[in-house]
Design a protein. Structure first.
Length: 213
């Protein structure tokens, strides 16, 4: 693992644990001092996180965790639905191997039982990513990579505010998996869409409650 990888992983873990919120700015020099690295190293790690959507940076501004809006969430899940519904139908129709998805489900169950928020989020991402990877399309993988960072933030939001129980999430993921394995493309698509729709509704409800508080 390179030094850039180490700094990237450290910042990423802080974002996904909820330690870093949208009010905190990541200044390159201060980040370099915090991790005891050169400024170009800190910049490279931050740039990677910006590219993945876990951080956002406008012109002449330092990077920060995006403060997602309801509109952002709807667009993220609209895009995910368009991509992932195509993915699950493709996998179900072609009976492609899903060993990585199976492993992600096992990790999901362990994290849910342990009440490990980061473990649940990581397993959630791993499951959906494994389905995209199983298609075997580098272009599909690149398109998905452009939104998965922001999707990750949505998953963190769901778990840190207890919007969706880990057990229910595990059940929804297994329903998608079993439909694919059974070769039922329509059920796989319907299960995937229902799962993503549930996530959008729970986050929207959270934003409404927060605004009314």
């Amino acid at each position: 693992m390179s030094i850039v990888d180490a700094v990237y992983n450290a910042i990423r873990d802080r974002i996904l644990s909820g330690e870093l919120d949208p009010s905190e700015v990541l200044v390159e020099q201060k980040t370099a001092e915090l991790y005891g690295v050169a400024r170009p190293t800190a910049k490279a790690a931050i740039d990677r996180l910006v590219h993945q959507g876990l951080l956002r940076r406008t012109a002449n501004k330092s990077a920060r965790v995006p403060a997602l809006t309801v509109s952002d969430v709807r667009d993220i899940y609209f895009t995910r639905t368009a991509i992932e519904s195509t993915v699950v139908v493709h996998l179900a129709e072609r009976h492609l191997p899903l060993a990585a998805a199976d492993a992600a489900l096992e990790a999901f169950d362990r994290a849910a039982q342990a009440g490990a928020t980061k473990g649940v989020v990581d397993a959630d991402i791993a499951f959906h990513q494994s389905l995209v990877d199983a298609v075997g399309s580098p272009r599909m993988r690149r398109i998905y990579a452009s939104i998965i960072g922001e999707a990750h933030l949505c998953m963190v939001l769901k778990q840190t505010h207890h919007l969706h129980s880990p057990q229910e999430l595990a059940k929804e993921h297994r329903a998608i998996y079993e439909a694919i394995i059974a070769g039922d493309a329509e059920l796989a698509r319907a299960s995937l869409v229902a799962h993503l729709d549930n996530s959008v509704r729970s986050i929207e409800h959270h934003f409404i409650e927060a605004a009314d508080a």
